[in-house]
Design a protein around this ligand. Structure first.
Ligand code: SAH
Length: 377
């Protein structure tokens, strides 16, 4: 298909770019503002519903443009309706996923930044797909808009037992607005930095979706150049580092990227990031039975984090969500607790992440991976 025929994804355009496009279509500039409001405030997902736009313009839009180009393949409902996982197809049929997780007074969406991933972490389902494609800014933002629309449907379709289990007082505890967006879906955001960043700008724009920068968390495998870019970036998003082991040998075995950016360098860059930004970082640590969950590993972790003096940080312990035939299993509850208690005893703040979506394959890449196989066959 020539670029002439490919519809323009309106979600890829910031307001200045949208204004240029609208003018190029021979329309007055103020129509761009109206269209922008429809896309990012009203969250319109069809041109018909944009009743403040003239019919002729809506028809032109329907011919030339689309409101996002991810095609929703399926939505799975888990945790009594408090977790929803969407799988989308890109124009080339690669698949990506997004997960909405609703908590009392809080709702988080986890979005993908790439289809597949080039980083090759051995415990991750997405890694098995290999790298397929970078997502565009609009494709990343589209997942957040999906989650916001989905969130509004949750009160009508949630189980009382699920709410009780997750400590809701009632439906009024279900927020009407997303509170957090985390880039912890498929892909490595810093391997697609510019487009990832642009997606944040689009969602952050106060004249549109107006999502606070501090409500975003970007998670990286530990690409130091990306961490450096972020520390100099005026965008005040939160940073999470997938550490998973403090021992270089173990970490290199789990995460090939460690050969390029070993633990000490990574911690040094992270420390510098906190000094520059005064923002707390979180370290993610997936606990794998017999691999990285010994108290000896907890000791190495505390040592490396405390070596240069304390800095604002927090460790998130995540029992592994096992990927089929990887031979890896999650650590027992006892080992997870011992690991956490050890860190706490050393003055390293640590929490165990509550698992969501286990019943719907919500772990990184699991469902999209299966669907990718189906689409390919
Ligand atoms: N590439 C980025 C973001 C995507 S992965 C990163 O590595 O941080 C998001 C988080 O899920 C990472 O901490 C990743 O290590 C973790 N993860 C991947 N596979 C997992 C699994 N099977 N079980 C639990 N966590 C997993």
């Amino acid at each position: 298909m020539s670029s002439e025929d490919t519809p323009i994804n309106l979600l890829d355009l910031d307001l200045p770019a949208l204004t240029e496009q609208v003018k190029a279509w021979g329309q007055p500039a103020f129509r761009a503002k109206q269209l922008w409001r429809q896309l990012w405030i009203k969250l319109a997902d069809s041109f018909e519903e944009m009743s403040d736009l003239p019919k002729g313009f809506r028809e032109l839009l329907a011919q030339k443009a689309v409101i996002g180009n991810l095609r929703l393949l399926t939505v799975r409902r888990g945790d009594g309706g408090l977790t929803r996982k969407a799988v989308f197809a890109l124009p080339g049929n690669e698949t990506v996923e997004a997960v909405l997780m609703v908590y009392p007074g809080r709702a988080t969406v986890c979005v993908s930044s790439q289809a597949g991933c080039p980083m090759g972490c051995t415990f991750c389902a997405t890694a098995r797909l290999g790298f397929r494609k970078d997502l565009s800014p609009g494709q990343i933002a589209h997942q957040v808009l999906w989650a916001q629309r989905m969130l509004l449907e949750v009160p009508e379709d949630v189980d009382a037992s699920g709410m009780e289990r997750h400590r809701f007082d009632g439906k009024s505890d279900i927020p009407g607005r997303l509170t957090n967006a985390v880039f912890m879906g498929m892909g490595e955001p810093f391997n697609n930095y510019d487009q990832w960043r642009e997606s944040v700008e689009l969602l952050h724009d106060p004249s549109g979706f107006n999502f606070g920068a501090r409500n975003f968390t970007v998670s990286t495998v530990g690409l130091i150049p990306g961490i450096r870019k972020l520390m100099d970036d005026p965008l005040q998003v939160n940073l999470a580092i997938s550490l998973h082991a403090a021992d270089d040998e173990i970490r290199s075995d789990m995460m090939p990227v460690n050969r390029r950016y070993p633990v000490a360098d990574l911690i040094a860059a992270t420390r510098e990031y906190t000094e520059k930004t005064h923002r707390r970082v979180s370290f993610e640590y997936v606990l794998i039975d017999g691999k990285n969950d010994d108290l000896q590993e907890a000791e190495k972790l505390a040592d490396v984090l405390l070596a240069g003096g304390k800095f604002p940080m927090h460790v998130n312990l995540i029992p592994l969500n096992p990927v089929s035939d990887s031979g890896m299993t999650r650590s027992s509850r006892q080992r997870v607790n011992d690991f956490r208690n050890y860190l706490e005893s050393r003055g390293v703040p640590a929490t165990v992440r509550i698992q969501r979506g286990v019943d719907i394959d919500a772990a990184c890449g699991q469902l999209a991976g299966d669907l990718a196989k189906e689409l390919a066959s």
